[in-house]
Ligand binder design. Structure first.
Ligand code: GAL
Length: 413
């Protein structure tokens, strides 16, 4: 996340010049194999409606680069039609007054009854829909190559306490225990799964969503950093700056034993023709079986004038919420449909588990927003906390120091 204050672009943002009439310019960061396949489905669907897709892909998992580019585009009066923006950032953009009101489309499509309340709220600014949701990703997954574990005689860890012994065995057998890409958002993704597994969902909620200082400075947080240090011990020396999908490839091709990553990783396994339960395992990250960190992709749509532009916007939002799109997109993306009324028949066991756990965890109160994927706290706070985790991950800093720094960073507004 860039720390640029949105207020600075408020005025400039209103002078939007729409993309060419009926052009739909879509900013996103879906450039890996599985992601690109998913985005291509949306393009296909819109072109079938006579709209022209203008791809505005900005590479960089997690979307940090995309957000920087989006801000500079809006500042220069060239907002795209739609942009992949999620979580509390939707509210930040809403406050700028640059977003289209999607209520007429939402009413016609019955969104209020199709979307879970927790999702609908995030899509609304002051009670009006300003974003359309695409999917539900689960972040607290561990992707396992069972063959590698077998060859090493190691047992897949169920808790973080089990992790070092398993990792040690994989290493001794000549494998890279943990496939990781050393980019801040990936470090932060591992961190949130560690916190969830070490402290449980209530602790996660207190520390990383409510930003409660007592939780942030607790021994549990210190233990979380200790555990993250353990994970670092078992990544390879070439991890720095590796893209997440290349790390997934290391699990796919049997170089590494496991990866801690959200289920967009499954999109890579799927694109490689791999079958869950046979070629790879999807398991909750250690200690997180009864919790679910959600990450909901969505698009904001910018205000535009002209009948053509408005038709294009409406086509876009309607297509995204259609059961046909929700099915084909999520089959490729690794996520699950965000709206009700989509058959899960074609989905694999990982997706079915995700759908069941999403519902169960929502009931049990163990459904929590992903902080690493911008669902939990404002962008500036997310960025400051992510910096602390990355600095720790890449140094010899003590867990005590990191705890103090994280608690301070949580106050960033
Ligand atoms: C996430 C996003 C996913 C995904 C991932 C890696 O933030 O929600 O859709 O693709 O980044 O690029």
């Amino acid at each position: 996340m860039t720390r640029m204050k949105l207020a600075a672009i408020a005025v400039a943002g209103l002078g939007l010049s729409a993309a060419q009439a009926a052009d739909i310019e879509v900013l996103h960061w879906w450039t890996s194999g599985g992601e690109a396949k998913s985005a291509a489905e949306l393009k296909k669907m819109l072109e079938a409606k006579g709209d022209k897709w203008k791809d505005f892909a900005v590479a960089g998992g997690g979307g940090e680069n995309a957000m920087t580019v989006l801000k500079s585009r809006v500042v220069s009066g060239k907002a795209p039609t739609a942009a992949q923006v999620k979580g509390p950032s939707i509210q930040e953009w809403g406050a700028e007054g640059v977003l289209a009101n999607l209520d007429p489309i939402a009413k016609a499509g019955n969104w209020d009854s199709l979307l879970p309340g927790v999702v609908a709220n995030v899509m609304k600014y002051k009670g009006n829909y300003v974003a359309v949701p695409v999917n539900v990703h689960r972040v607290n997954w561990m992707w396992v190559n069972p063959e590698v574990f077998k060859k090493a005689g190691a047992t897949v860890p169920k808790t973080w306490a089990d992790f070092p012994a398993a990792a040690e065995k994989l290493q001794k057998a000549g494998f890279i225990p943990v496939a990781h890409g050393g980019q801040p958002w990936q470090d932060f993704t591992v961190f949130e799964s560690v916190v969830l597994g070490v402290g449980g969902p209530k602790f996660y909620q207190d520390a990383l969503v409510k930003l409660d200082q007592k939780a942030l400075t607790s021994p549990t947080m210190e233990k979380s950093f200790d555990t993250l240090r353990q994970v670092h011990k078992y990544i390879d020396k070439d991890a720095a700056n590796r893209d997440w999908n290349l790390a997934t490839a290391m699990v796919i091709n049997g170089k590494a034993g496991m990866q801690f990553m959200g289920d967009w990783a499954k999109g890579e396994f799927t694109a490689a023709g791999k079958v869950p339960g046979k070629d790879y395992l999807c398991m909750p990250a250690p200690g997180t079986e009864h919790a679910f960190t959600f990450n909901i992709d969505s698009f904001i749509i910018f205000k535009q004038s002209g009948a053509d532009a408005q038709k294009a916007q409406s086509d876009f939002a309607t297509a995204v919420m259609s059961p046909e799109f929700q099915e084909v997109f999520n089959l490729n993306k690794g996520s699950i449909p965000v709206r009700s009324g989509v058959s899960m028949a074609k989905f694999d066991d990982c997706a079915k588990m995700s759908a069941k756990d999403f519902a169960d965890d929502a009931k049990a109160g163990s459904l929590v927003p992903s902080i690493a994927h911008q669902m939990a706290v404002p962008a500036a706070t997310t960025g400051a906390m992510q910096d602390v985790v990355t600095a720790f991950f890449n140094s010899n800093q003590s867990s005590k120091d990191a705890v103090a720094k994280l608690a301070a960073a949580a106050k960033t507004k």
